[in-house]
Design a protein around this ligand. Structure first.
Ligand SMILES: [Zn+2]
Length: 382
């Protein structure tokens, strides 16, 4: 049985520096460095943030990155990564890192053969082989990978199915306890995950259960999976009142610039999402006035950068016309340059929000930001 001290080693302290209404600014300490919150974590699914080198990640201001347990377990295998010195060394990233539990991918990618109270049997999406993940197995894999923050194995249900959400939530709670019991390393912070779909009473029950486990951080799972923005905001408001103030809150798989603002407004500290790099591969970029598709013919002779006042490497050196040319010519550099801009935009937003919270003007900052995005009759990037 773990003690409270074991679960909160001194290097996983969360220090709250400032609060502005529900928005918080803090510092979360990990073995690979301190994380200033609010923070956005780029996603490195296959132990690489697609098309971006670790040096470029540091240049755009990334501090925490996420890698996917499901993918790395299937290929190249967590034991191989442990043999190569762990994930930090394997991928050349010396800052903090987070791994998910594999649960979300099993339920979204794997052909599920069987879910029972013990775990999940699924078919590998790579070679069709039969695989099994359980709370104990997920923790063993994450211990081999060696990230600073690891996640409890959970079951993510379809958000509107109440009966399934009740079942998945009960399993998620039992599995969280089994993850705690299975954990052997003391240099990794295990976060619990709140589930419960779009149902406020289930979310309340789940947040109370997960909070009582007294883990060094708490996550909110099962959002941004098909529910409306209003439903997501309502659920965040429910769990924000229950999760402990002195632990970081992590909203999994979210987002867009507007999602980050709306999350921070409701007490969230940590975010991750594939969106900035995925959008970049689909030729789209974030701007202060909404998303812009840089491959459009209208940009063929456009000398301006994506954003006039953006300090990222891409905007400092290249025109819209050049970026569009790279896309049309199917050059690899296009994905890299667009990813740099998109990642920079979200990371800069997180650090600007932090500054605004510390200065006590988060409300006007967030209103201005959201107003520009939703302003009617305006071309993105103009
Ligand atoms: Zn830029």
């Amino acid at each position: 049985m773990s003690t409270k001290l074991d679960r909160n080693p001194v290097n996983f302290q969360f220090q709250l520096l400032a609060q502005d209404n529900r928005a918080r600014a803090g510092i979360f300490s990990t073995p690979h460095g301190e994380l200033p919150t609010p923070i956005f974590a780029p996603v490195g699914t296959q132990a690489t943030v697609k098309s971006i080198t670790p040096a470029q990640l540091q240049e755009v201001g990334a501090n925490l990155i996420l890698a996917n347990t499901y993918h790395l377990y299937l290929r190249p295998g967590d034991e191989l990564i442990a043999e190569m010195g762990g994930l930090h060394q394997f991928m050349g990233w010396s800052n903090p890192m987070l791994t998910d539990s594999g649960g979300f991918q099993v339920f979204s990618l794997g052909g599920i053969n069987q879910i029972d109270d013990d775990g999940v049997t699924f078919k590998s999406h790579i070679d069709g082989s039969s695989q099994r993940l359980s709370p104990e197995k997920s923790i063993a894999i994450q211990e081999n990978l060696g990230a600073d923050i690891i996640m409890a194995f959970d079951e993510c249900a379809e958000p509107y199915d109440r009966v399934y959400n009740q079942l998945a939530m009960a399993r998620t709670h039992a599995w969280a306890q089994r993850c705690i019991d299975a954990k052997t390393r003391t240099d990794q912070a295990l976060f619990g995950i709140v589930q419960g779909g779009i149902f406020p009473d289930l979310r309340k029950q789940s947040a109370e259960y997960i909070a009582a486990l007294n883990l060094p951080g708490n996550a909110i799972g099962g959002l941004s999976v098909g529910e409306t923005k209003a439903e997501m905001h309502q659920i965040l408001e429910v769990v924000d009142r229950i999760l402990p103030e002195d632990k970081p809150r992590y909203l999994m798989g979210v987002g867009t610039p507007e999602d980050l603002i709306n999350g921070v407004m409701r007490g969230v500290d940590i975010f991750d999402c594939v969106l900035p790099t995925r959008l970049a591969r689909h030729k789209a970029v974030f701007t202060a006035t909404g998303r812009m598709n840089i491959s459009k013919a209208v940009y063929a002779h456009d000398e301006r950068p994506i954003e006039q006042d953006c300090a990222c490497y891409t905007c400092q050196h290249f025109s819209r016309a050049y970026l569009r040319h790279l896309i049309i010519a199917k050059e690899m550099l296009a994905g890299t340059l667009l990813s740099i801009h998109n990642l920079y935009t979200l990371l800069k937003l997180a650090s600007d929000m932090r500054e605004a919270i510390i200065q006590g003007n988060f409300e006007s900052f967030s209103q201005n930001y959201l107003y520009k995005i939703y302003k009617p009759d305006q071309e993105p990037g103009s």
